[in-house]
Ligand binder design. Structure first.
Ligand code: RTP
Ligand code: MG
Length: 155
């Protein structure tokens, strides 16, 4: 409906270690702003193994899981709560497919095409459904009277 299309939705976004160390933060934030997302909250943290294992628990039986945990703990990440109508699907569309090499061919204007390296090191995360967005925001932020507060130590 017209009402739901103007409603502001939230999604969870992360600039992964390769994105932060590759100095893509400013470029990614510029895209976030240009596409009409507000950044409700942001925090830079160094994730530990237990946190990554819990965050990506759905992938725990996959062969790539140990590599994913090593990758996601290899340096600081920037976590953001993004706000916009249709935020979840629009952010997923903006970041492009999981494999950054595929993204460079099929979605050359996507964020992963711009700054990702391969299937693992794809520089950004986005919640894959509204349900995931609720879980992931609550995983990293707690609600307070003044908005969301990060649950993990900020760098
Ligand atoms: P994300 O959750 O980080 O936004 O990525 P995604 O939805 O596009 O992909 P997903 O299937 O949820 O995978 C999570 C992350 O695991 C790494 N990965 N490695 N075969 C592999 O080596 C492989 N597949 C996935 C990527 O870092 C991916 O983003
Ligand atoms: Mg995913």
């Amino acid at each position: 409906s017209a009402e739901s299309s103007t409603e502001k939705d939230l999604t969870f976004a992360m600039i992964k270690p390769d994105g932060v160390s590759g100095n893509y933060t400013t470029a990614i934030k510029k895209i976030i702003s240009e596409f009409g997302f507000g950044i409700t909250n942001e925090t830079t943290v160094q994730l530990d193994e237990e946190t990554v294992k819990d965050f990506y628990a759905e992938h725990s039986s996959r062969s790539f899981f140990p590599g994913l945990v090593r990758y996601m703990t290899s340096g600081p990440v920037l976590m953001m709560v993004l706000e916009k109508a249709n935020a979840v699907a629009d952010w997923r569309a903006l970041i492009g497919p999981t494999d950054a090499q595929t993204a460079k061919v099929t979605h050359p204007h996507s964020i992963r095409a711009m700054c990702g390296l391969d299937l693992q090191r794809n520089c950004v995360h986005g919640s894959d459904s509204p349900q995931s967005a609720v879980r992931e925001i609550a995983f990293f932020f707690e609600k307070s009277s003044s908005g969301f507060l990060p649950k993990h130590d900020e760098l």
